[in-house]
Design a protein around this ligand. Structure first.
Ligand SMILES: Cc1ncc(COP(=O)(O)O)c(C=O)c1O
Length: 610
């Protein structure tokens, strides 16, 4: 079998074994009770919507024929945009073929190099991809954590624009952000708020106009606001609208690549959307029914209170989620398991969407089938990686070990802590230096992951010893260390500079094939950057920051080690956009009391927060 085929097949086998393999399943047919589709109001099959599609199809043809800017689309497209704007209380709306593209077009047109996108960790992939493709700095905050968001906004103060991106109702968990508080925060930090209303529109707000409308933020919000309202969920059709001021929509028309370079949606889609919007405005009774049933089902199954139609019933891991979904399916219900990578590790469960046509009796029976989930063996765990803090260097020999010892000492004051060097090359043992400088006990020092005697880059030292660095083994080791003590913080010192190569068995040839940064990006744990204070540091530090940010990694702090250099510090603060900058001057003597003395004057606790 050719190499690529073999590689793909063996990956799928691993996914299958871990219960993570997904398959396209056929729609389960009308005989199953629908608790899965994103069609909570049942508009996908509503005769008036189907008829509106048919009329548009007959009048304007089957296809969009061209991109809108090249004459594609027609009267029905312009009409549905006017209708959508009016329904949503906005100056203008722009029809885009899908919600995925709407998010790419909106974020991509507003943000670019020099801007910052601040995103909730549970945001939908289309928001994540929109942020990534925009080439702006992407700053991810914990789910619904406004304090962390505020800290990140402060670090992005020097960015040209700041976009705060959220869902109005989260697509996997069914919970919702505090939009008035988010708008206030955006106003304070001169940021624009972008709300993806995919799972809120149709279900929340007056006339179903969505979460922003429900929060009273459509008129007179304290900050700039833009919305995406998808047509494939409560409207039951497909396509999506970017919604906002006339100036915003004109901007997206001129700059939104995911709008400009795609064929206009079919007239049938535009016509069906017009029909669905006419209907949805008057469906208050159905909206109330959906919300009432969703809350009742959540109460009966131990799920969190849902904001709209979606709830996630927790399960005890991916296999357990699949098993429970299969049990409910066998009992006649259509609902699906959600597992990583769709949700973060530890958040596997059953995703349920409640529909206006579901009944109290169906909800009671469904709760009976899946209700024992509360007793799941492995409750969802918060992202453990946050207790790991990586110490990354711009170079070798710049003081990473001293910074690691300082971090270990500071972490110990907050609870249990340990130090780990995943890859150690050469005779010098950084673990021993940390022991002496931090006065660390044996339990606080984990054995290095891989040790090679040649004092060289990991790939060269590994080759010299006839060995390799196995990132999967490192990751397993990291997870085991985190699991061993669920309160312990880990300070993890990487080798050399950020981009040093690892030698990885199984990659083509014997050469270096992956860098340390690739592994760091996979783990995606918090990190600090260590750089020298003097000549040469501007280039090294700014390059390393670019390399980190290209991998969506954001340092919590920058440590400048060596004789004080005020101009470099000031330049890096301004150009690097890192909030916490610490100067660690040469310690004389270099010993534990001198380090303690420096720590008395330097509060590291904000960067050790899990
Ligand atoms: C929150 C959110 N945004 C955007 C999308 C993408 O919308 P579409 O399916 O129209 O591409 C989805 C749908 O899966 C979603 O859940």
């Amino acid at each position: 079998m050719p190499g690529l085929q073999r590689e793909l097949q063996s990956e799928m086998e691993r996914w299958e074994a871990a219960g993570l393999r997904r398959r396209i399943t056929e729609a389960q047919g009308p005989e199953r009770i629908d608790f899965a589709s994103n069609d909570p109001l049942g508009l996908a099959r509503h005769p008036a919507v189907v008829e509106a599609a048919r009329r548009a199809l007959e009048r304007e043809g089957a296809g969009g024929r061209a991109a809108r800017l090249l004459g594609g689309g027609g009267e029905v497209h312009a009409r549905v945009e006017r209708l959508a704007a009016e329904w949503l209380g906005a100056e203008a709306a722009l029809l885009v073929p899908s919600g995925y593209q709407a998010n790419l077009a909106l974020i991509g047109s507003l943000a670019g190099r020099g801007d910052a996108v601040l995103s909730d960790e549970r945001n939908h992939a289309s928001l994540v991809d929109g942020a990534r493709l925009s080439r702006s700095r992407v700053l991810i905050h914990r789910h619904l954590d406004l304090e962390e968001l505020e800290r990140l906004l402060a670090t992005a103060a020097s960015a040209r624009r700041r976009l705060v991106v959220t869902e109005g109702v989260f697509s996997m968990d069914g919970d919702a952000p505090d939009l008035p508080a988010l708008a206030e925060l955006c106003a304070r930090h001169d940021a624009t708020l972008i709300v993806d209303e995919a799972h809120a529109a149709g279900i929340l707000g007056p006339a179903g106009a969505g979460a922003l409308a429900a929060a009273g933020l459509v008129d007179g919000a304290p900050c700039d606001i833009a919305r995406v309202v998808t047509g494939g969920k409560a409207l039951g059709v497909g396509g999506a609208f970017v919604v906002g001021s006339r100036a915003l929509i004109d901007h997206v028309v001129n700059h939104g690549r995911a709008f400009i370079f795609t064929t206009a949606p079919s007239p049938a889609t535009a016509g069906a959307l017009a029909g669905a919007i006419e209907l949805v405005r008057g469906m208050d009774a159905e909206r109330s029914q959906v919300r009432r049933l969703a809350r009742a089902l959540a109460a009966a199954t131990g799920a969190n209170t849902p904001a709209a139609a979606i709830l996630r019933i927790p399960a005890g891991g991916p296999e357990d989620a699949v098993e429970r979904a299969q049990r409910a399916q066998a009992a006649g219900f259509d609902l699906r398991a959600v597992r990583p990578p769709t949700v973060p590790p530890g958040a596997s469960g059953l995703r349920v969407v409640v529909h206006a046509f579901n009944t109290d009796d169906e909800c009671t029976r469904l709760a009976g089938e899946v209700g024992s989930v509360e007793a799941a063996e492995h409750p969802a765990v918060p992202r453990a990686e946050r207790r790991a803090l990586f110490v990354v260097g711009t170079d070798t020999g710049i003081g990473k070990t001293v910074v690691s010892a300082a971090l270990l000492t500071a972490a110990r004051r907050l609870g249990t802590a340990a130090y780990w060097k995943p890859v150690q090359t050469g005779d010098d043992s950084d673990t021993r230096s940390v022991r002496d400088l931090a006065g660390a006990s044996a339990e606080e020092l984990l054995d290095p992951g891989f040790e090679f005697p040649l004092p060289a880059s990991p790939h060269e030292a590994a080759a010299d010893a006839g060995g390799a660095v196995d990132p999967a083994a490192l990751e397993a080791r990291l997870r085991a260390a985190l699991a061993e003590d669920p309160a312990r913080r880990l300070v993890i010192e990487l080798a050399g500079g950020l981009l040093v190569p690892y030698r990885v068995e199984g990659f083509a040839g014997a050469g270096p094939t992956r860098t340390q940064a690739d592994w760091l990006a996979e783990v995606a744990a918090p990190l600090v950057l260590v750089a020298r204070s003097g000549l040469g540091t501007l280039n090294h530090t700014l390059l390393t920051l670019e390399a980190l940010r290209a991998r969506h990694l954001e340092p919590r702090a920058l440590f400048l080690v060596g004789p004080r250099h005020a101009a470099n510090r000031e330049t890096l603060e301004r150009m690097g956009g890192i909030r916490h900058v610490f100067e660690l001057p040469p310690l004389d003597p270099l010993d534990a009391p001198a380090l303690e003395d420096w720590l008395e004057r330097s509060d590291l606790s904000p960067i050790l927060r899990p």
